[in-house]
Design a protein around this ligand. Structure first.
Ligand code: SAH
Ligand code: SF4
Ligand code: F3S
Length: 473
């Protein structure tokens, strides 16, 4: 590889420096300003809401440079993949896409191809790209998203593969241009990175040290969104409950939510909550503020204490239940979770503990996953002797149970009226779709004028994954 390349390094990615995080403003160099004029870009996003929001910034930067977006890869002069590392199948999808792009580039060698996101932070991935996917023009990581204009500009002149990935946590860059997916709901980052180091998880390596954004920057962004007519915001972070710990002596998520609530934005969500940092004060704040939604995503991962310990989750099934019960005391709250089956060494009995806690909690819904070993994580070094068939059977059994409870929870809503943020035309003929405060999908009758508004909808039918309803005048 060339001399001036920055390749990812796990040793550095694991370190947590004591240095203060630098906060600076986005700066677009003049020579990058018009390089996109008369050109189109194709952007493909994998992964979580954080990646989706990064893609909104990528879109913002590219459009500022004059590019227009296209949904057809074949029409693009610039192709960019914003990737995810969380499980093997996310990897496979991105590599599959690179295979398609390779053919395209053989016919049109002038197309510029870039890869960014979490996979770019992986040593193994970058090694593979520089060996097998040399047609890629540049790779940049999650810590230097704002380098995109500069790297793109360089690649117009120099066609050689350029890798610029930093493994030490990055600065916080404010005011990166943004083009949001929705005109009604918006993502707002509040904390970057993760310091939890759950043993199966790659995120602390790909996103680096936990860094909170300044509260005044967050509030400024929310106030602008209110001015622009946004109805809903989601405060984002891998572990939002840790908000403020690295920045303030005594100011956390609960305090931030109170201040955000005062902007009078109709709906405030926050995602994701780790049970470890969930304070009583936070529960009170959710209960006492109408515009903070009664909805918490609280990943449990497993219902067995030995497995939870091996996962490094820092809570027990008992303490999870205790927190869960406190949250359930908030009227009409909806609680969802994430669960992993087939963690290395998980016995049938241990898996049954997971089913058992699902029966106790009766989650409104859940994302369920088969454990996927990730490069360099501690869990990937554990002996994994459960067969794939066994893992699939566990997943199937778990999903049956989860769907059963989703249906039950949805059925409780029948014939009642709820606030729904109408987001668009549903794939079902003549209907609109939107979400309740508790994040349930509703397809309902109503005319297009309602899109972008929070309307009253009476629920007429309930299924496991969605509800039907009609607009109440
Ligand atoms: N920060 C969030 C989770 C982010 S990742 C939290 O801690 O709650 C989203 C979900 O992916 C996790 O909750 C977990 O259930 C799943 N996940 C993460 N790493 C995984 C792996 N190696 N194999 C399978 N599922 C995984
Ligand atoms: Fe991964 Fe755990 Fe951090 Fe969530 S809290 S991102 S599962 S290390
Ligand atoms: Fe995937 Fe990175 Fe998000 S690994 S889940 S895109 S933080």
């Amino acid at each position: 590889m060339g001399d001036n390349m920055q390749i990812p390094n796990y040793e550095k990615a694991r370190k947590r420096s004591k240095e203060e995080t630098l906060i600076r403003d986005f700066n677009l160099e003049d020579n990058c300003l018009n390089i996109g004029i008369n050109k189109k870009f194709f952007l493909k996003t994998y992964g979580c809401q954080m990646n989706e929001h990064d893609s909104e910034n990528i879109r913002g930067m590219l459009e500022t440079m004059g590019f227009k977006e296209t949904e057809t890869m074949e029409d693009a002069q610039f192709i960019i993949l914003n990737t995810c590392s969380i499980r093997e199948n996310a990897h496979n999808k991105a590599f599959g896409m690179l295979g398609r792009i390779k053919h395209l580039k053989e016919e049109h060698p002038d197309i510029i191809v870039a890869l960014c996101g979490c996979m770019a932070q992986e040593e193994g991935v970058v090694a593979e790209i520089s060996k097998k996917y040399k047609f890629v023009n540049f790779v940049f990581g999650t810590h230097n998203l704002d380098d995109l204009p500069k790297l793109l500009n360089n690649s117009l002149r120099d066609k050689k593969l350029n890798i610029e990935v930093y493994s030490k946590e990055g600065d916080i860059v404010e005011n990166i241009p943004v083009v949001r997916e929705s005109k009604y709901k918006a993502y707002v980052n509040i904390i970057y990175g993760c310091d939890k180091f759950c043993t199966y998880c790659i995120v602390p390596y790909t996103r680096g040290k936990q860094r909170s954004r300044r509260k005044e920057d967050i509030l400024k962004e929310v106030k602008e969104l209110v001015k622009d007519g946004y109805q809903e915001i989601t405060l984002l972070g891998q572990n939002v409950n840790a908000y403020g710990k690295d920045l303030y002596d005594d100011y956390g998520l609960a305090d931030l939510l109170v201040e955000v609530s005062k902007t009078n934005i109709p709906r405030i969500r926050f995602l994701t909550s780790h049970p470890w940092d969930f304070s009583d004060k936070l529960i009170e704040v959710i209960r006492d503020h109408d515009n903070i939604v009664n909805f918490v995503h609280l990943p449990i991962q497993s219902g067995n204490n030995r497995i939870l310990k091996l996962m490094g989750r820092r809570y027990t099934r008992e303490s999870y239940k205790e927190l869960y019960d406190k949250l359930r005391s908030i009227p009409n709250i909806s609680i969802t979770t994430d669960i992993i089956v087939g963690f290395p060494g998980e016995t049938e009995e241990e898996f049954n503990d997971t089913l058992d806690i699902v029966n106790y909690c009766k989650f409104d819904s859940a994302f369920t996953f088969i454990y996927s070993p990730r490069e360099n994580t501690p869990a990937s070094k554990l002996k994994d002797d459960i067969t794939l068939k066994e893992k699939e059977e566990r997943l199937y059994k778990l999903n049956e149970l989860i769907n059963d409870y989703s249906l039950k929870s949805n059925k409780k809503m029948l014939n009642k009226t709820y606030d729904v943020l109408a987001e668009g035309i549903s794939t079902k003929e003549g209907k609109l779709f939107g979400y309740t405060e508790t994040n349930k999908l509703v397809n309902f009758t109503g005319d297009e004028d309602n899109i972008g508004k929070i309307v009253k909808v009476k629920i007429t039918d309930a299924k496991s994954f969605s509800l039907d309803g009609e607009l109440v005048e």
